[in-house]
Design a binder for this molecule. Structure first.
Ligand code: HGY
Ligand code: MN
Ligand code: MN
Length: 410
């Protein structure tokens, strides 16, 4: 069969997505495979098994990134694709998994067609992309791209108190492949949009040209626990109130800045967290993002000034610790244009996109010509068991991936 007329097998792609989704599935229909948990291990084992069945050379590096390599007619820099299979606690079945299993489907189609590309092809599964258990997010690809030392990553303490290196060893994925095993000729990641744009506009493919900056902080507030009934309001040092004030400020800040500014207080822990005790301590997380670096820095500065005033007003101490800080990324124009041309050639509607979410591609862009392919998320919902993308859209994305990789590997 001529390469141009190749198409992926939608039913097979769906079957693999559903089989992986069953690992770590919870009562509310979520996929819960937090990085380096037993569920993540089970997912890794399943995907590595598929890689071997497809004849790929499977290697694991010291941060647990898994690579399946398909030889080309020549050696040298491979064309790489891939993503992640770890999830947040209320994960959907396509976030990350589509990029990995779409890559495996491309390999299987080429195997069946007996096509050998000039450049080798590699499908990657990056460790801890979500960063929900072990911060920062995109941890495995950040280490791979040289943005975080292995030692620093190893020493990371998870939200459950576990040490990253211990967990990596425990699940058997502290690999011995050299770091930066492959320097890709190009990297293309297929991913669901996780936002509403393509769905609202009725467009099938997003050719992702850039990705917004991310600032994660953990804010610790120390006040004074006291009796909820006997303590006059003017004498309180209420860490619980401060946590609520932070949440309110973040919403007002995003509204005041407008544009692409977003702000989220995703995690709130109070101590002692009891109905009749003024909270002594609070720990909240803050996620600020903007496509513009100067505006993101401005949002951070405004937030820091607010914390200073809050501490003075409430007589509490407040400490803010950075958990992740990535500047906005511009992807490779040539690769993004190839994605758009390929979508058009395959008859799919396409538009340029900015990514609101972080992705492994933003780290791979540090070492290779990189861009992303988006497919619609119904109602823009993600990090939620209601996350959905129709099979036809999933297949369209994988077809665009297939022909984009073929062009790059020619
Ligand atoms: O945080 C993110 O944007 C990604 O889902 N890790
Ligand atoms: Mn993802
Ligand atoms: Mn995600």
């Amino acid at each position: 069969m001529k390469a141009e007329s190749l198409r992926i097998n939608e039913a097979r792609l769906m079957a693999r997505l559903n089989e992986l989704a069953a690992i770590g599935s919870t009562a509310d229909g979520s996929c819960c495979r937090l990085a380096l948990t037993d569920e993540d291990k089970a997912g890794r084992d399943l995907v590595a098994g598929w890689m071997r069945e497809l004849g790929l050379e499977v290697r694991v590096d010291p941060i647990g990134n898994i690579f399946g390599r398909r030889a080309g007619t020549e050696d040298g820099e491979p064309v790489m694709t891939g993503s992640h299979i770890d999830t947040v606690r209320t994960g959907g079945r396509y976030d990350g998994c589509l990029g990995v299993l779409g890559g495996l489907e491309v390999v299987q189609v080429l195997n069946e067609a007996g096509i050998r590309t000039r450049r080798p092809l590699v499908v990657g599964v990056f460790t801890d992309e979500e960063g929900a258990r072990f911060h920062p997010d995109m941890c495995g690809s950040l280490v791979y791209a040289g943005g975080l030392s292995l030692e620093e990553a190893y020493a990371t303490i998870g939200i459950d108190g576990k040490v990253l290196k211990d967990e990596l060893e425990r699940i058997g994925y502290l690999g011995d492949a050299p770091m930066l095993l492959y320097r890709p000729h190009a990297f293309v990641e297929l991913h669901i949009e996780q936002g509403p744009v393509l769905d609202i506009e009725g467009i099938t493919i997003g050719a992702v040209e850039n990705l917004q900056g991310i600032s994660w902080q953990e804010v610790s507030i120390t006040g004074q626990s006291n009796h909820a009934g006997t303590t006059p309001m003017r004498l309180r040092h209420d860490a619980g109130y401060c946590a609520a004030a932070i949440g309110h400020f973040l919403r007002a800040l995003a509204k005041e800045m407008g544009g692409n500014q977003v702000a989220t207080m995703g995690k709130v822990d109070l101590h002692p967290n009891l109905i009749n005790v003024i909270a002594a301590r609070a720990k909240v997380t803050v996620d600020l993002r903007n496509t513009d670096e100067a505006l993101l820095a401005q949002a951070e500065a405004k937030f820091a000034a607010f914390l200073q005033q809050l501490a003075a007003d409430e007589g509490v101490t407040i400490e803010a610790k950075s958990l992740a800080r990535f500047e906005p990324v511009i992807f490779d124009k040539g690769v993004a244009a190839l994605i758009a041309r390929t979508a058009a050639r395959l008859g799919h509607s396409c538009r340029p996109m900015t990514s609101g979410a972080g992705h492994d591609a933003q780290m791979m862009a540090r070492i290779a010509s990189t861009a992303m392919i988006f497919v619609p998320s119904v109602k823009g919902i993600s990090h939620n068991p209601a996350e959905h993308t129709g099979p036809a859209h999933l297949a369209a994305g994988a077809d665009v991936l297939l022909h984009t990789l073929l062009e790059l590997a020619r």
